[in-house]
Design a protein around this ligand. Sequence first.
Ligand code: HEM
Length: 189
Amino acid sequence: MTFQWIVLLMTYYPEMQQKLRQEIESQIGDRMPTHEDRNRCHYVMAFITETLRFRNVAPFGVPHKAVVRSTIGNYTIPENMGVFIYQGIICRNDKDWENAFEFKPERFIDSEGQFITTRPKALIPFGVGRRVCPGEKLAIADLFLVLVRFFQSTQDYEIVLDSNGGIDADPNNANEFAPIEYKVKFMKI
Ligand code: HEM
């Protein structure tokens, strides 16, 4: 689903698609990508990270349970009560993020053009604590490799959002989880 968001966002913002393609062409070219390539593909990493922040595929995580009676502010949570953390909104709240509802990969790029690897405290698409997603590293590694191979195998094309019978696929209006069904066209450059 995250990859569906990535394709939708890159077709919705063609200038970003072009930047992704240019970086992959200049930094990797036609050879097989490796994990180390992540260190030179700053924009690709920022785009993936911003997708994970902006469109959470698991905004409520998994069900948790209070193992002891707990208090948070004025609230008391009894022992054994089921608890969900709405981490989707933590990833997009106005206190921690400037223009939180804007898709902006540049927020993860510093003034020297490098991907910012220090994770902001509100960037928690994989949850936090003991139950944090154990697949996080694998997911990010996969998203990078699949995205690079996707661009390499479509290098003569621009990927364009199909009008899809007038359905509005605007990723900004969408809910979390999965995007609505959309179609793309591969246009020969
Ligand atoms: C973009 C991809 C992924 C996202 C956004 C994601 C997100 C999450 C989130 C938010 C949780 C719940 C954390 C919590 O409630 O504290 C979770 C749990 C989990 N994830 Fe992922 N995940 C992803 C990929 C994967 C992959 C690739 C694997 C395995 C190969 C995986 C395996 C698991 C497992 C087993 C749990 C349950 C952990 C537990 O119950 O303690 N996830 N994931």
